[in-house]
Design a protein around this ligand. Sequence first.
Ligand code: GMT
Length: 379
Amino acid sequence: MNIAIVCYPTFGGSGVLATELGIALADMGHQVHFVTYKQPVKLALLSHHVHFHEVAVPDYPLFRYQPYELALSSKLVNVVKDHNIEILHVHYAIPHAYAGYMAQQMLLEEGIKIPMVTTLHGTDITLVGNHPFYKPAVTFSINNSDAVTSVSESLKQDTLTHFTIKRPIEVIPNFIDLSKMGQQDGPCERNAMAEPHERIITHVSNLRPVKRLLDVVEIFDQILEQCPARLVIVGDGPDKDLAKALIEQKGIKSKVQFMGNSDEVHKILCLTDLFLLPSEIESFGLAALEAMACRVPVISTDVGGLPEVNKHGFSGYLSEVGDVSSMAKYALSILKDEHTLNQFKDNARAQAQNFAIELIVPQYEQLYAKTIAESALVK
Ligand code: GMT
């Protein structure tokens, strides 16, 4: 199949997932065309099955805001025509499905019918998309997609609750390549990060308020009272300075390391004992799945899709949003001895296997084939 993928090319979970999906589809022999404003961060190696088309938005003084959706839909029209694209797969209802719909309409004028699959990742539904500014555009974009998927059952239910949806939504969960994550070539460089008697606790996110980075610091501080440990924070974002101030105030600066954005998260997870994800909302929690794939148990909140990913008492524990004492208590119960920790590490990896790439990517492949066939039937 010739497939065009539209996503955010940044460090966010949706961009990472879309990129991994495209790479997997290309490995299966499909021609995959990424249409984004810059090369996706994880798309380091371009193979002859993977193509990248940059959406450039010319700076024109008349526009106060540069019209990205306009540029994207025009680019899609050209890519579809030049490369005989058979299906568009857009990640995010807005702006991507919105732009995809416009491209479909422009192509129809030329007698070209191209179906579109839209994958909902969460921010487009639970955070931004539910704002009255965007709600009509999100509803329209979902209802006018040829097929719609969501990354968790919870996100599907949220979408049906907040929007008037006239299409079926298929749940296709996020996935992980277990041959890449959790399969370190050499030994983990644990000694570079901590003393042998210290546990290593990690948090990975874009440090937005929704990730509750201050709770990460509070949980870690309570862990430190009973267990020697280090905290590693990977990622960059608006709450970094607030967290730094709290760390300073608590006098634990020497125990915390900020790593910034990294495309070597697997190397950091390799030496990690416990992962913290105390988010306010999380449609899935790809970061938690990545941790579990690397044999790292997860302490998370119980919101959104997290209970579908992290199994309470097995791969980690779930607590209510903001209940840092409960999360610290659960963390300590996992870290208390080697036997318990190793049991949770094994469980974490076992739980991640439910989301193995081999199980999930064929579901997208089948959905594409079905959507193309159905679209051909409709005049
Ligand atoms: O919240 C993020 O880290 C970024 C955001 C995105 O849109 O890329 O992530 C969303 O999509 C991920 C991939 O499906 C999910 O794993 C995240 O849970 C989801 N974030 C939220 O729901 C807040």
